[in-house]
Design a protein around this ligand. Structure first.
Ligand SMILES: [Zn+2]
Length: 109
């Protein structure tokens, strides 16, 4: 039996969705979603998809409208920023990618 998957270089957790032969280092989705960890391993951080729904820990649901500075080479000066809208009240907010991931969880459609 072939064993699929490999260890995450960031947290050491075994992930069956990562391919053993696809090069090193490989990072799990959790580590890729953490901009600091992703960059420490020379990877671009995973960005939330435009149009996807996220739940704030307050319980409110938001939809990602766009990502600003997504291709920045100077994240210190141009931090990757998520622009998102309240699904109910249509109020628009912006948050750094780091803070977005700290306070939002993906919401099933
Ligand atoms: Zn990991």
């Amino acid at each position: 039996m072939m064993l699929d998957g490999t260890l995450c270089a960031g947290c050491g957790v075994f992930d069956e969705n990562m391919e053993p032969g696809a090069g090193f280092p490989q990072l799990c989705d959790d580590c890729l979603a953490d901009p600091e960890t992703a960059r420490a391993w020379g990877r671009e951080p995973l960005l939330p998809g435009v149009g996807t729904l996220w739940k704030h820990h307050s319980g409110r649901i938001y939809r990602v409208m766009l990502i600003a500075n997504g291709f920045t080479e100077h994240p210190d000066r141009y931090p990757i920023t998520v622009i998102y809208e309240g699904v109910v009240n249509k109020r628009i907010w912006a948050k750094s990618l780091e803070r977005f991931y700290k306070t939002m969880k993906p919401e099933e459609e």
